[in-house]
Design a protein around this ligand. Structure first.
Ligand code: PMP
Length: 345
């Protein structure tokens, strides 16, 4: 099914005349007195507004991820910013809806609620498999976005690329694939298929494998019409200057993250082997991410015990579909040793 993303967007976004910043209106050379943006003239390193279009940063991201700059949106509040922006670009409050898998990352539902958008949750199948047909059936003419997180948080599993393609072909809406944890997966990314499917949007973040959670940088890779609409609807200077400079510096200094990823994958395997031997562990779910979902006899008791021993994990015991489970991030070898020691006590 071929979708024109423009036709799915909110009519007011399609018709929007975006705010034009001072720095949009002039891009030439030879200016020594910048008197156009009411900034402070005293140079302290941060007195000027940053590039609202993040051109230099987009160029670096374009080369690193192999995506043309016209298909890139950058969020300065992480990929959480892209999640909220997509709701506002595509869904008419009180009228449109989104479809999500369940359980999944909680921000999709909260962002939809903030924007007064109905959420249709489709439970994952046996062993947390992707319910492609049920997702397509849950959608109607008012479904603008279908959200699939792969590898999925909190279950940890990635879905096969063929299944995601089948869903992209079956659905009339936009399929958003959140690949926050894809660097830890061997199942591959949908990124090479971006040009084949105009209705897919891929979310990535620098917060996980790339180790820059504090800088708050996330990306959406999409059809140029979607990237353009997101750029029109965003806050004017949504990525601050020091972040743009620092991210460029770090991406150029360490474009290859395979070394740190392989340490974490090795540690994940170690935890996968050791945890099933711990008394009280009922199940360790297979993971394609940098965390493990683990089912315990007494999850709340184990959570407290770990916390008092100095190891904090995420309690997912009260999340539908994850009853009895704790979500454990893979740490350094020393941190994982502490976790195992506390669990074995
Ligand atoms: N997507 C998923 C699946 C996540 O788990 C997270 C963070 N936990 C995010 C997106 C948000 O990442 P950020 O805003 O740091 O880019």
């Amino acid at each position: 099914m071929k979708t024109d993303p423009l036709l799915l967007m909110r009519p007011n976004i399609r018709a929007l005349t975006p705010y034009s910043t001072a720095r949009d209106e002039f891009s030439g050379e030879g200016i020594t007195a910048w008197l156009d943006a009411n900034e402070s003239p005293f140079d302290n390193g941060v007195n000027r507004y940053p590039d609202p279009h993040q051109k230099a940063l987009k160029q670096v991201i374009s080369e690193l991820f192999g995506v043309s700059t016209d298909r890139i949106f950058i969020g300065g509040a992480g990929s959480d910013e892209a999640i909220d922006l997509l709701m506002r670009v595509f869904c008419v409050p009180g009228k449109d809806n989104i479809v999500t898998i369940a359980p999944t990352y909680g921000v999709y539902e909260v962002s939809a609620a903030i924007n007064d958008i109905e959420v249709r949750k489709v439970p994952l199948g046996e062993d947390y498999s992707l319910p492609v047909d049920a997702l397509a059936e849950a959608a109607d003419d008012h479904t603008k976005l279908i959200w699939v997180c792969s590898p999925n948080n909190p279950t940890g599993n990635a879905f096969p690329i063929e299944e995601l393609c089948r869903l992209a072909e079956k659905t009339k809406g936009m399929l958003v694939i959140d690949e926050a944890y894809v660097d830890f997966s061997t199942k591959g990314s949908m990124l090479p298929l971006l040009e084949r499917y105009p209705n897919i949007i891929i979310l990535r973040t620098l917060s996980k494998a790339r180790g820059m959670a504090s800088l708050r940088l996330g990306m959406a890779f999409a059809h140029p019409s979607v990237a353009r609409a997101m750029a029109m609807a965003k806050y004017p200077y949504n990525v601050n200057g020091p972040t743009q400079v620092e991210v460029i510096r770090r991406l150029q200094a360490t474009p290859d993250i395979s070394q740190s990823v392989s340490i974490l994958l090795h540690e994940r395997r170690r935890l996968e082997e050791k945890l099933p031997q711990v008394a009280g562990v009922k199940k360790v779910y297979p993971s394609d991410a940098n965390f493990l979902l683990v089912k315990f006899d007494d999850p709340d008791g184990v959570y407290d015990k770990l916390m008092h021993g100095g190891a904090l994990v995420r309690n997912r015991n009260r999340v539908a579909g994850c009853e009895g489970c704790l979500r454990i991030t893979v740490g350094t070898p020393e941190q994982n040793d502490l976790l195992l020691t506390l669990l074995e006590q």
